[in-house]
Write a protein that binds this ligand. Structure first.
Ligand SMILES: Nc1ncnc2c1ncn2[C@@H]1O[C@H](COP(=O)(O)OP(=O)(O)O)[C@@H](O)[C@H]1O
Ligand SMILES: [Mg+2]
Length: 255
């Protein structure tokens, strides 16, 4: 299909979603996600062959949306699109527009979000290299990150909080081991580790949402490591697993 036609088809597809979801809260987020600039980035990823079709949204979050997409040869990928239009930052920008003292700030905001997406992509690589099970990073372009899709044909993997564990202890051990590997090998602290950012796939935990992970040099790294470990320990204690956060922390920090 000629490029031009393909782009129009893509636009029609997006429009049909808009109509279908008209009365729901999806509507607003679609309009935000599929602004002109994002459409161009997604289109570029199409033509680069990274994926061929956006299938459906998996999640609409505060900072961005995640979609399932498929490639030409039928493989599934996840596409995370960071929001550039609505964020607290945009609300602030409204009040400084036209003020010469803050010229260029709007452009800097976009750049900041690109840097954030790039950080998530690089962190995914670092976690992966350290042996932490994360979605494999595939591509990143501006505010869009493409990664391995975690789930099967029918549905994306569930977040840990929505998954009933038959035998929680080995899962808890594995997650804490991932925290340790990240710390010792990748020199990273996830910093938002919880039952919301762990997916369960084939009875195995997969760590996601690594954009905010920081290097050990970060001034808050130790504090956030403690918070991560406490979150995991708290969650699994409720499931009857006997865990001692202080002991786990000591183990992680032992180098
Ligand atoms: N690679 C993936 N495969 C399948 N589902 C995913 C993937 N990445 C994210 N998700 C789903 O999208 C949700 C939001 O993604 P996440 O990266 O946590 O962004 P945020 O919490 O900042 O909105 C996740 O909780 C999960 O349900
Ligand atoms: Mg999340």
């Amino acid at each position: 299909m000629p490029q031009q036609e393909k782009y129009h088809e893509f636009e029609r597809e997006i429009d049909s979603w808009r109509v279908r979801k008209k009365d729901s809260s999806w509507r607003k987020s679609y309009d935000e996600v599929f602004d002109q600039q994002n459409l161009m980035i997604i289109y570029k990823l199409f033509t680069d062959g990274v994926f061929d079709k956006l299938d459906f949204p998996i999640s609409t979050g505060k900072e961005g949306n995640v979609f399932r997409a498929s490639t030409k040869d039928g493989k599934l990928v996840a596409v995370k699109i960071y929001r550039t239009s609505t964020s607290t930052f945009t609300d602030m920008a409204k009040y400084i527009q036209g003020d010469p003292r803050f010229r260029g700030l709007a452009g800097r905001k976009r750049k900041l979000i690109y840097a954030w997406a790039n950080k998530e992509y690089l962190n995914l690589m670092a976690f992966d290299r350290a042996g932490v099970r994360v979605p494999k990073p595939i591509a990143q372009r501006q505010n869009v990150v493409v990664m391995e899709y975690i789930g099967d044909e029918n549905e994306p993997a569930r977040e840990l909080r929505n998954f009933r564990l038959e035998d929680p202890e080995p899962i808890a051990r594995k997650i804490l081991d991932y925290v340790r590997l990240a710390y010792q090998k990748a020199k990273l602290v996830h910093s938002d580790m919880s039952e919301f950012n762990i997916l369960m796939f084939n009875e195995e935990p997969v760590i996601i949402d690594v954009g905010q992970a920081v290097l050990l040099e970060h001034p808050n790294a130790q504090e956030w490591l403690e918070r991560d470990v406490n979150n995991v320990v708290r969650y699994f204690k409720k499931q009857g697993v006997r865990l001692d956060a202080a002991k786990e922390l000591k183990e992680i920090r032992k180098t």
